[in-house]
Every structure is written in structure tokens, then in C-alpha cells.
Design a protein around this ligand. Sequence first.
Ligand code: BGC
Length: 348
Amino acid sequence: MKALTVRPGRAGSLEVTDVPEPGPELGEILVAGLALGVCGTDREIVAAEHGAAAVGRDRLVLGHESLGRVLEAPEGSGWTVGDLVVGVVRRPDPVPCGACARGRSDMCRNGRYTERGIQGVDGFGSERWRIEPDYAIRVDDSLGMLGVLVEPTSVVAKAWEQVELVGGRSWFEPESALVTGAGPVGLLAALLGVQRGLDVHVLDRVTDGPKPELVRALGATYHAEPVTEVMTALRPEIVLEATGASSVVVDVLSGTARYGVTCLLGVSPIGRPVRVDAGGVNREFVLENDALIGSVNANQEHFRTAATALADADRDWLDRLITRHVPFDRATEALEPEDGGIKTVIDL
Ligand code: BGC
């Protein structure tokens, strides 16, 4: 069968190749791949900055933003042929650490977890793939191809959960939130903020293209002013930082409301130092009981929350997030960044 594979650690090795059918060790459910979302992590793997193939293998089947239809499922698994399914990305470390032992591999402590299509196990960028019933997430049929947005939404569902858990350490009834970055993660974070009834603001650099209008269509407010200006004007109670840009990360550390919760979601490049008034940042955090957290990955519960949030969302709006469809044969082109676009999806 056809698969999008890469040799981790070797830039320029991405190819659509012929690979054997997925082995039963990958799960009892056999799935026909429908669509594969592409994100910054995939681009990092292709650039040889991240990722690992399975032990004893050179190449990795790329792809962790999955969507497929069940082809075969064991009796009693609750799955039937034709069901729409998305695969959870991370698997527990083999030790396992305390978090993985308790079903929270998204919070793994020793870093020895594996991730489908990223770290040590094949992903979902193939004509057929397999998944274990415990890691298979049901997608409402009415979502159709939009189910490919479940994985990135699961990442923001976890971020929102973390913000609420941290806020929950004392009285917390937030009314406003700022999301920095209007890429797929930022826009989906804004969607979940609006679904919570918050006054949501989204900041990005661009003033044209689909982003400003997508934010407005949610009933949120779009900003393209400098970050510090927006922070001063809004004093947001919650910040979800989804650009990963060092200067933005630093700028959102100051100027939240008292008891502000800032959650960092973007994975930044390293080695780009920026100047920070550490005393000023520290002073504000201490005197205002502010909190700063990082959040990565998502567990089964977050995937289910994400599938529900998408099922409740406006289909047209979700459809507009997918700005480019690439056919499987030309899948390597999907990894090239799309100027002004939002989410690229490979049609499997
Ligand atoms: C994925 C996460 C993963 C992270 C780091 C992200 O793109 O959505 O599931 O944990 O990359 O590998």
C-alpha cells in the first residue's frame, strides 16, 4: 500500500512509497485512511529536527492528525465497518512512569513515550492503518472529513482543561481570553473559548487573508496591533499562546489581569534569545498570583471532548479552516508551508 514516509534525521527524505500492510501489533481495528492533517511537527520531522522511526527501522510513516473509516473490527469492540475514527497519538512509556501507569501518558514524566507518526511508531499517513480499540476515537458522521480536525482540537481541549484546573485553585470565573496566533491551533482554541461563553480576542500579524474574518465569524475580536498594546488594553484573564514565537511568548508574560493564567502551546525554535525584564515579570506574577503553564499532547478524554466540540461547531466555519487539499500522490507538497493558509489536509 501507499504511505507517506520519511527517514527521521535525514532532511529531504520524505516520499510516497510502497510499504507492507500495517501489522496487527498496531491494533485490532483496521482502518481505511481518509484524510491526514499536516502541522508544524510534521514539518520539523521532515526537516530532520524531530522524530524517530520504530526500533530497528529506518523509515517512519508520517502523520498524526488522522481520520479514517473502519474496515475491520473485532466483535465486541463496539466498532462496526464504516464508522469514522481518529487515532490517539501518544502511547505510554514502557517503564511506565507514574503518569503513564495512570492513563496520563500526555503527562509522561520520563519522556520515553511513543507517538504515532512522530516518535518510534508509524503514523496514519497510509492507505490503511491500524489502531487499538482503547485508542480509537469515534467521530460523528455528520462531521465527515472535518473529523481530521479532532487531533489539533484535542490539543486545545487539553490546554483549556489545564487553564481551568490551574484557575480552579481559587475563585475563578473568567470572562475574557486572548489567543495569540491565528493558525489552526489558535483558531480552534478561540472556538473552544467562544463555546465557553468567553469574550475571546485573537491576535495575529496578518491583516488580510481568511484569519481576521474567521475570528469575526466566531463572534470574537481580531487584533493585529503589537502584543504589548493588546495586553495593556485588554488585561486578559486567560492567555493561550499558540505562536511559539519568542518575542510573543515574552510579551504575553506581562499585562494579564490579576490571577491571570497563561498557557503556552506553541513549540518554539531554540537559540533565538530575546531580552526580558525578569524582575518585572517576576513582580507581576508574585503580586498578582499569576500562573504560567505549558501544555502538549492530549489523552483519550481530550480527544472525546474535541470530537464533541467540533460536532457542536458550525460546519462552514470549520470547513474554512482547511485552506488546502493535496492528493496523496503529491503528498510531499503538503509539507511545504502555504502562504496565508491555515490547515493543509492530504486526501488519502
Ligand atoms: C502533537 C502532539 C505531540 C507533539 C510533540 C504535536 O504536533 O499534536 O500530539 O505530543 O507534537 O511531538
